[in-house]
Each structure stands twice: as C-alpha cells, then as structure tokens.
Design a protein around this ligand. Sequence first.
Ligand SMILES: Cc1cc2nc3c(=O)[nH]c(=O)nc-3n(C[C@H](O)[C@H](O)[C@H](O)COP(=O)(O)OP(=O)(O)OC[C@H]3O[C@@H](n4cnc5c(N)ncnc54)[C@H](O)[C@@H]3O)c2cc1C
Length: 346
Amino acid sequence: MPAEHLGRTPLDTLNTFGVHAFAHDLWRVHALSDLPQLVAKLDEHPGPPPFVLGGGSNLLLTGDVGVPVVQVALRGFRVVRDEGDAVIVEGAAGESWDALVSWSIAAGLNGLQNLALIPGTVGAAPIQNIGAYGVELRDCFDSLDAIDLRTGRWRSFDAAECAFAYRHSVFKTSGQTHWLVCAVRFRLSRSAPLQLDYGDLREELARAGRTTPSASDVAEAVRAIRQRKLPDPAVLGNAGSFFKNPVISAQQAATLQSREPGLPCWPASGSAVKVSAGWMIDQCGWKGFREGDAGVHAAHALVLVNHGHAQGRDILALALRIRDSVRARFGVVLEPEPVILGNATL
Ligand SMILES: Cc1cc2nc3c(=O)[nH]c(=O)nc-3n(C[C@H](O)[C@H](O)[C@H](O)COP(=O)(O)OP(=O)(O)OC[C@H]3O[C@@H](n4cnc5c(N)ncnc54)[C@H](O)[C@@H]3O)c2cc1C
C-alpha cells in the first residue's frame, strides 16, 4: 500500500479549532518509502496539489476538503553531525515540535528553548518560520528535505532557499505549496548564549530563582508563561494568534503613533515597523466578544476561539468583521496567520 488510506474522514479532532469538516480522501504517511508510491497513486487523478496536514494547529477549515489530504506521521530524531560546539540534529516531519525541543535540551544543546510548547509538528515549523520569545526557527535552521507531490522528486532546501521571513517561507508562496517536508535539520550549540530579553521571560526566571539559567530553565519558564497566558486548544478551540502583526513603513507608523500614542511598535527589517495587531483589535473593542460559539479570547484580542460548536465559516465571518474594523480605524490591513482551507477564504 502507498501509505495508510483512510478515505473519507472527519477532521474535527485533527484541527485545534475543533471545527467540524471532512477530508474527502485522507492518506497517512508512516515511512519515507511510502511517498513515491503515494505520489504515483495521487497522480492517477490529477488535480490541485494535495493538502499536507501536520497537527492542524495553524489551520481554519471553512468546509470539507476536496483535495486529497496527506497527514505526515514520519517519526524519529537523530544527531546528523557533531562538529564540537555545533551539532546538527534532525527531526522527522511527523514528530511533535515540543518533543524535539525537549529532546535537544536533554542532549545538552541550546537553540530551540524559547520555542518550547508551540503546538504542531516538526515538518510544519519551517512553513511559517515559527517564532516566540525573541527567537524564530530560522535562527538555528540548517536545512530540510522535501518531496515534490506532483513529480515525486526529492530535494533539500537550505535557509536561503526557504526564503524565511516573519511567519513566512517560500512554502507559503503560490505555486510552491506542492512540497511535503519530510525532515528538518537544525544547527544547535553546546555553549551559545541564551536569548533572555523578551517579554516577561527574565521576570519568570527570577521568580523561579534561576539567576544563571540553563536552556532547560528557559524552556520551563517559556512553558510556564505560555500555560498561564494562552488558551489550551484541548479546552478551548483556537489556532494561537489569528492575525500577523502588520509590517508597515516607518512613515505610516509615525503618523499612526501621533494619532494613537499607545500603539506598540517594534523595528522590522530595513526601515519597516511592526505594529501590534492585538492592541489594535483590543482598541476596536473585540476582546472577549462572542457571537454564538465564535469569539475573541477574553485575555488575548489576537486569539479567536471556538467555544464549542462554531463552524469554520462563523470564525471566518468574525475575522472579517475584525479586519474591517481595524482597517476603518487604523488604515492597516490585517493578514491571517493560519491557513484557511475549505470553500471560503479571507
Ligand atoms: C495555542 C497555540 C499557540 C501557538 N503559538 C505559536 C507561536 O508562539 N508561534 C508560532 O509561530 N506559531 C504558533 N502557533 C501556530 C502553530 O502552532 C504553528 O504554526 C505550527 O508550526 C503548526 O504546526 P502543525 O503541525 O499543527 O501544522 P498544520 O496546522 O497542520 O499546517 C500548517 C501549514 O503547514 C503545512 N504543513 C504541515 N506539515 C507540513 C509538512 N510536513 N510539509 C509541508 N507542509 C506542511 C500545512 O499544509 C499548512 O499549510 C500556535 C498555535 C496554537 C494553537
């Protein structure tokens, strides 16, 4: 068999919003050797490329998925090369991201600790260049292996070829969504300095009495902050931040700040400025809003939630209203962070 064929399958437990939708045709890949046969099988019914599913934690399903869905269940971590201080490690795409973070720290390696407890899989992590607490995946990325689901061709990508940017990579650009990432490699270090200067990380470490913290202490502090602040998708459906922080010109940011002095801004690449989407949404009065079972988290204006039985299109409709109100008041257009899949998009 080319991979495990599950056919028509409910996706309710395979997306962290917990919305109801079906995959018309679901395949699960357990071994690299399944992939060439699967590509040949999918090629018997040519059409748009299949959708590659990881943990469904950056996904809003607005209807059933008509294209084949390929779920990646490849497993394993390994040390690829030990170069003394630097060590190249590899995680298979279907492994949990947080398990890779824990495994690397247990091996005495620094680099991934600030990214602890981000939900999802290793294979999805480069797709949007995951980031948290002052670190992005690209900071310690080495390379990845992927298969072209149209042709069955294998290819490795280095960091430049991945074209990482803020919550973005080449794999999110149109015409490049046919790659299935199989394995991702990271260049970690036995002694690199830790990144502690972000948000409330230092405060959390001080509270835990960690004056000279290790990578493990940093990961524990990040986990504690995240558990305190972010809703657990197992309890309240969500996909983390629903909108990216918009990146605007320095001139537009200056004009906006003169009108809205409280607007939090951070330097972005070049002279561009990143502005806080959460703050703008909050100012528009959305925090804690609820209509039916679709809502905005009471503590986090950036996190849209499913209180129980919201459909994907209810959450999308709310996202559209939020985007319109922010555009009307601030003249800034919000972009969604999750992938929106089904019969309606933003
Ligand atoms: C509570 C919560 C907190 C979060 N916090 C953060 C955060 O701090 N920082 C952050 O960056 N993100 C955050 N996220 C978003 C999410 O966890 C990440 O984007 C994660 O990398 C998604 O992984 P996944 O396996 O669930 O991907 P999915 O949601 O399954 O897929 C996301 C995208 O990746 C593609 N994809 C998945 N696997 C592969 C593969 N093997 N090959 C090719 N394409 C693939 C899919 O086709 C889709 O386009 C959060 C989400 C939640 C629910």
